[in-house]
Design a protein around this ligand. Structure first.
Ligand SMILES: Nc1ncnc2c1ncn2[C@@H]1O[C@H](COP(=O)(O)OP(=O)(O)OP(=O)(O)O)[C@@H](O)[C@H]1O
Length: 359
């Protein structure tokens, strides 16, 4: 028996689009007065895929979610679910589940009443509803919590109940808006792993919006990074992390080692000296990124620097060094190898960690 069948989700209602995309945005556009919140966005989400949308405040993430849910009307373009244009389909008939940041549980209902709310609205028989509630509470790790008052639940438990409630009507697409937004970091880190495992077991298709890049990268099969109502980059977490397409994406991800360069025959001339250019980099001026793992501190490094600051980051130390020329550099150092503030060090560069930024 598959996990989905075990979870009692029954036959899937979603039909594949001809090419397998469960959700398709086709030049989707939303305007608020003179402001274009969503600017001709094209996006496909395949069935069973987990996609995280991230980007700065105001970049259009929530608008995208609301447009898919049918809570915000499009000014142009289309939203298709299972290949069908949703233009005239009201929100409650789209078969999408929503879980918003404040996960507003109904305070007057107990846990079972909250989780069973959707199936009751869909007029599921009582016995089937009760079975579904029990299955979902098991799934989210709260077996036996059916009769508890929601006021007695911790933040993390409320989050799980909200998730069970969103899953209960068997949505073909589950949309999460800052699902773990209000929880503390350690709980979020734990829950995000659990969520990913749960969605994998259920085969749920997920579109999640988050500010937190760590959360987005941990949850998703694919991340979509937004800027000013458009998609700045999309790819697997590894692809985006390894090859940010532009300076905007690189800086959003927290990379700071970026400088002007002129590439000639595989060598990039920068303020930091002559660096090996990545294979295939075209000749001419560009912006160049060196990932912190590629800034190697050693006595032999040609570029002389002074350590300006160091910050503990769990498993490593981020060391900021001031080079004799060029902008500050951040290096990622092992805990024991990190030099102290004020120390003089040499820097060499690992060609594997040098990236040419396109825009
Ligand atoms: N109802 C509205 N009326 C007018 N402008 C709006 C409305 N909703 C959103 N906007 C504007 O559209 C743009 C995109 O907003 P949106 O909420 O989608 O961004 P976001 O990326 O989700 O931001 P945040 O991370 O802060 O939630 C912003 O400039 C916002 O001010």
């Amino acid at each position: 028996m598959t996990a989905r069948a075990a979870a009692g989700t029954g036959a899937r209602t979603a039909r594949h689009a001809a090419d397998g995309a469960l959700l398709r945005l086709d030049a989707a556009t939303v305007r608020f007065g003179a402001r274009t919140a969503l600017d001709a966005v094209d996006l496909d989400v395949a069935e069973h895929e987990i996609v995280s949308v991230l980007g700065p405040s105001g970049s259009g993430k929530s608008t995208l979610l609301r447009a898919v849910a049918g809570l915000t009307a499009l000014d142009g373009g289309r939203v298709l679910l299972g290949g069908a244009d949703q233009r005239d389909v009201p929100a409650h008939r789209r078969g999408v589940g929503l879980m918003f940041q404040d996960h507003q549980l109904f305070p007057q209902r107990d846990v079972g009443g909250n989780v069973g709310f959707g199936p009751r609205m869909h007029k599921a028989p009582r016995e089937q509803r009760q079975r579904r509630v029990a299955e979902l509470l098991d799934l989210v790790g709260l077996p036996g919590a059916r009769s508890r008052s929601v006021a007695t639940l911790s933040g993390g438990e409320q989050q799980r109940v909200a998730l069970a409630r969103a899953l209960a009507p068997e949505p073909r697409l589950l949309m999460l808006d800052e699902p773990l937004g209000q929880l503390d970091r350690s709980l979020r880190e734990r829950l995000v792993v659990e969520l990913r495992q749960l969605f994998g077991r259920l085969g749920t298709t997920v579109l999640a919006v988050t500010h937190d890049q760590g959360e987005a990268f941990a949850l998703a099969d694919r991340v979509v990074l937004m800027r000013d109502g458009t998609i700045a980059q999309t790819g697997t977490p590894l692809e985006v992390w390894q090859y940010p397409a532009s300076e905007f994406v690189a800086r959003f991800l927290g990379f700071e080692n970026i400088t002007d360069a002129v590439v000639t025959d595989g060598v990039a001339v920068t303020d930091w000296g002559r660096l090996p250019a990545p294979a295939g980099a075209p000749d001419g001026p560009c912006r160049l990124l060196v990932r912190p793992t590629g800034v190697l501190l050693s006595a032999e490094g040609v570029l002389r620097c002074e350590v300006a600051a160091r910050t503990f980051r769990g498993g490593h130390v981020a060391v900021r060094v001031r080079p004799e020329r060029g902008p500050l550099l951040e290096a990622e150092c092992a805990l024991r190898a990190a030099p102290r503030e004020g120390e003089r060090v040499g820097v060499a560069f690992d060609p594997e960690d040098i990236v040419v930024l396109r825009g």
